[in-house]
Design a protein around this ligand. Structure first.
Ligand code: 13P
Ligand code: SF4
Length: 383
């Protein structure tokens, strides 16, 4: 096999707020593999092979909305799932298959392993990481937690198992607001990591007392408020859909702020013909399928010619490709392994989130507020 090209990726590497440093953040260096575009015949051959291998291995494919459209379609056509990170975690935990193939980024595969330690978890590319995970090293994070023993530690799912193991709660974008609102109502003060934009969004919405780690997603951090204003003037009827990893000036203009699934639901349900979408453009495949006839416009980033950071497509999600998927199924390669004790400690805060999500669903159903049940994407107030 030829060695594929790689591209350099820079990400924010925040200094631990407890570190004796004058520099609040430095630039970390990472890389991502650049996928090769495939001719149609090769694609068709790989898809056929993957279907056969999934059956042979009794494996199930669990994919995120940001990965290649062919992988999303394969997941759905073969009884797997495409979802946001909360749904991926839940689906993988509850599915009876002994092998899960997680098409997404590393923390998603690790979460699957944490929740199902006896299952074999494979990933098309184990090097597919996330700037939030990279920007929150476990030792610096632990030092920060040690410095604030009186605070409840809430971490976003986009983190390593070691960071999760130190948390009281793990949350995803679809449930962060509800969990923190509940903790705030109980009088708890929060230590939040790693995404600064999602953290400050939750803080503004809930009024909770939160100290924020200063990480960011390299994709969403690039969406720009001023350029969005100009684009909205060009499309005055368009609704703005934004993922909460986007900066505040973008969220302030959004009609809907939510997880990837919540944004797709909004595209389907809202009465508008045009949408400006501030999240990874991989999501447009599902949006177009769920809301045919509607128009989706990419929210503006720092610059069209800029690095892969500014193309509104996660370079690590892009590393998930058909050839890699066929290879891991054929050879049982790229298995996620995790120290059992670490996995056990990381599982407790994820279980807490999943139990909270279940309770929330039961509460909402019992209240008969079915709109709220499915429309958790609704904005709770000015972002
Ligand atoms: P969701 O949980 O909304 O799918 O987000 C995951 C992610 O990595 C967004 O960048
Ligand atoms: Fe991480 Fe951003 Fe990629 Fe999501 S889009 S996996 S937050 S780098």
């Amino acid at each position: 096999m030829d060695t594929p090209a790689t591209r350099p990726v820079e990400f924010d590497l925040p200094a631990s707020p407890t570190a004796a440093s004058h520099c609040a953040s430095t630039v970390g260096q990472a890389w991502a593999r650049v996928p090769e575009p495939l001719p149609a015949a090769r694609k068709a051959e790989l898809i056929k092979r993957i279907r056969a291998l999934l059956a042979r291995e009794r494996a199930t494919l669990v994919a995120h909305y940001y990965v290649d459209a062919d992988l999303q379609e394969l997941a759905e056509a073969t009884g797997g799932c495409v979802g946001d990170s909360l749904e991926m975690a839940r689906f993988g935990r509850d599915h009876p298959a002994g092998t899960l193939v997680v098409a997404g980024v590393r923390f998603m595969g690790e979460t699957a392993k944490i929740l199902s330690p006896s299952k074999r978890i494979l990933m098309p590319d184990l090097q597919a990481t996330c700037s939030l995970d990279l920007g929150c090293p476990a030792d610096a994070f632990a030092a920060w937690c040690d410095a604030h023993p009186d605070r409840t530690v809430v971490v976003y799912a986009n983190t390593s198992a070691a960071v999760k193991a130190r948390a009281d709660w793990v949350v995803t974008s679809s449930i962060a607001l509800d969990v923190v609102a509940d903790l705030h109502a109980r009088g708890e003060r929060i230590l939040w990591a790693p995404d600064r934009h999602l953290g400050s969004y939750v803080q503004r919405q809930t009024g909770a007392d939160m100290l924020l780690w200063q990480g960011a997603c390299i994709v969403h951090d690039e969406f720009k408020g001023t350029e969005l204003e100009l684009l909205r003037a060009e499309y005055p009827g368009a609704k703005v859909l934004a993922h909460p990893e986007s900066p505040q000036p973008v969220l302030a203009q959004a009609d809907v702020v939510g997880s990837t699934t919540q944004l797709i639901d909004a595209a389907r349900k809202l009465d508008a013909a045009q949408f400006i979408v501030a999240t990874d453009q991989g999501i447009l495949h599902k949006m177009r399928a769920q809301a045919p006839g509607k128009d989706f416009i990419a929210a503006p980033t720092a610059g069209n010619s800029a690095t892969c950071k500014s193309c509104a497509h996660c370079p690590w999600m892009a590393m998930n490709e058909l050839a890699g998927l066929a290879h891991v199924l054929q050879h049982g390669a790229n298995e996620i392994t995790l120290d059992a004790e670490l996995g056990r400690r990381a599982k407790a805060p994820i279980d807490r989130m999943l139990a909270f999500a279940e309770q929330r669903k039961r509460r909402v159903r019992a209240s008969g507020d079915l709109a709220r049940d499915t429309a958790l994407f609704e904005r709770v107030g000015p972002a």
